[in-house]
Design a binder for this molecule. Structure first.
Ligand SMILES: NC(=O)c1ccc[n+]([C@@H]2O[C@H](COP(=O)([O-])OP(=O)(O)OC[C@H]3O[C@@H](n4cnc5c(N)ncnc54)[C@H](O)[C@@H]3O)[C@@H](O)[C@H]2O)c1
Length: 441
């Protein structure tokens, strides 16, 4: 049977409201960046949706439009923003405190940023130990808090005149949780909220509120949040896209480029030691062992899945993999990520590779927030629901359908993303076979 191509995609008419959980370094760098780009004072560097092109058809056809011209994405001019945060700073003071962007990118848009004030948060210090917040909601039960969040969503939609909404979690990393009975069904989840069950983290209240209000939800932190059966089922039933976890920005992005190269060449790996120093609020939160554990799990999974030690025991059966994050205030948001990689080649002779990535965390994360907001909105208009595995490209620890292992290789993820866009628009998949250029019929 011929493969069916294409989906009906509703047009991106009207405004798209981007609801950010957390108004910290990543969120303010994203919002201020979009506003600078809209005013023509900066370029959307790092954003595949804005700068990327997509090849269509045969190489000889020379068709390669920009992605944003190929698929009907919301335009940057049509984005409106809101955020929740337990810290009451508006987007201007939060951006100043985060110390990522400099005056030329903040002062000309100061009034715009000051107009974005965080809504009171559903916040609980038991889940983020190193933060204290004053801008918080009060409610007797977690369910009350979830209902207040739902009201916030409805209020924002009305106030902003947004036609559609998406929610992105860009708030702190919560303590490590594993799926339990409270996460198995809607009934159990709602009961657990009413009983203030510790299995329900604040991030889950936002996700629940989003899904109940028909808003797609993307998770930029490694928290469990929507990676539980109840959220997956809710998203499928309500025809809503969800996805996560944890923006893939610096060190892990490099890891998912280098590890596939070693495997492609059948080079062995003895050990990979990754360490980071960073001094922003995220670093401070991750200094707490329980939040670090959540991050550690997210960062560690990558190599195991890419290298497949079961299939290549001689090459990858005994890898020592360590990830460290050290809070070091002088660096602020300018993280330094070091990797020492011990590989071995022909006849087992050892070699070493050192990577020293002097990156800027939020500069790498901001374009990911933009792309996720735009692609999740596209997914909803295209009728795609549940886990959006085609957006694994953006995540350190991609969610997949139950029983599937995640694909971590950045270039496989990129191919998957672009092939999904081709499929949506009724274009042929690109397999890179190319035999037709050589064997003319
Ligand atoms: N920057 C990156 O490269 C990167 C990469 C992957 C993941 N992340 C994750 O993205 C998130 C944001 O990073 P950041 O650098 O902006 O951190 P940040 O500390 O500057 O900002 C997070 C904000 O979330 C707020 N917050 C905490 N709990 C909240 C709640 N329950 N409701 C609403 N707001 C809440 C905090 O008050 C804070 O202002 C973190 O979880 C981080 O681990 C960042």
């Amino acid at each position: 049977m011929a493969q069916q191509y294409g989906r009906d995609v509703a047009p991106a008419k009207g405004k798209l409201g981007v609801m950010l959980v957390g108004l910290g370094a990543v969120s303010t760098t994203f919002i201020a960046g979009v506003e600078n780009i809209r005013r023509g004072t900066a370029l959307p560097i790092g954003s595949l949706s804005q700068m990327g092109t997509i090849r269509l058809g045969k190489r000889t056809e020379k068709r390669a439009p920009k992605i944003k011209e190929f698929v009907p994405l919301a335009r940057l001019e049509d984005l409106v923003f809101t955020a929740w945060d337990p810290i009451p700073d508006d987007a201007y003071s939060a951006a100043k405190k985060a110390g990522v962007l400099e005056a030329p990118h903040l002062e000309p848009i100061a009034d715009f940023l000051k107009g974005i004030k965080p809504t009171t948060a559903a916040f609980d210090q038991n889940y983020v130990k190193r933060l204290t917040g004053t801008n918080v909601k009060r409610g007797k039960t977690k369910r009350d808090l979830a209902e207040l969040l739902r009201q916030d969503i409805r209020d924002f939609k009305k106030r902003s005149g947004a036609d559609r909404l998406v929610m992105v979690w860009a708030a702190s990393t919560e303590v490590f949780l594993t799926p339990g009975p409270a996460h198995q069904s809607l009934e159990a989840f709602e009961r657990a909220m009413e009983q203030n069950d510790p299995a329900i983290a604040p991030s889950m209240l936002y996700a629940y509120a989003a899904l109940m209000e028909n808003v797609p939800f993307a998770n930029g932190a490694p928290n469990l949040t929507v990676d539980v059966p109840v959220m997956q089922r809710l998203a499928e039933e309500r025809k809503l896209p969800i996805g996560g976890k944890d923006f893939k920005t610096g060190q892990t992005m490099m890891k998912t480029v280098l590890a596939p190269a070693f495997k492609a060449r059948m080079l062995g790996l003895a050990g990979w030691y990754s360490t980071n120093i960073l001094g922003n609020r995220d670093g401070e939160v991750l200094d707490d062992p329980e939040s670090f554990k959540t991050k550690e799990e997210s960062k560690l999974g990558v190599l195991e899945y890419i290298l497949q030690p079961d299939q290549y025991p001689e090459l990858y059966g005994n890898v020592f993999h360590k990830v460290r994050i050290n809070y070091y205030p002088p660096r602020g948001d300018n993280k330094e990520g070091w990797d020492n990689i011990d590989i071995f080649g022909w006849l087992g002779y050892p070699m070493q590779i050192k990577v020293d990535f002097l990156c800027r965390d939020s500069i790498l994360a901001a374009p990911i927030v933009l792309d996720l907001a735009l692609f999740f909105d596209l997914a909803q208009r295209a009728g795609l629901s549940g886990i959006q595995e085609w957006l694994s490209f953006y995540f350190k620890s991609p969610q997949t359908a139950p029983g599937l292992y995640p694909e971590h290789d950045l270039f496989i993820q990129q191919t998957k993303l672009k092939n999904t866009l081709r499929w949506l628009m009724g274009e042929e998949q690109i397999t890179h076979l190319g035999i037709e250029y050589y064997e003319k019929a």
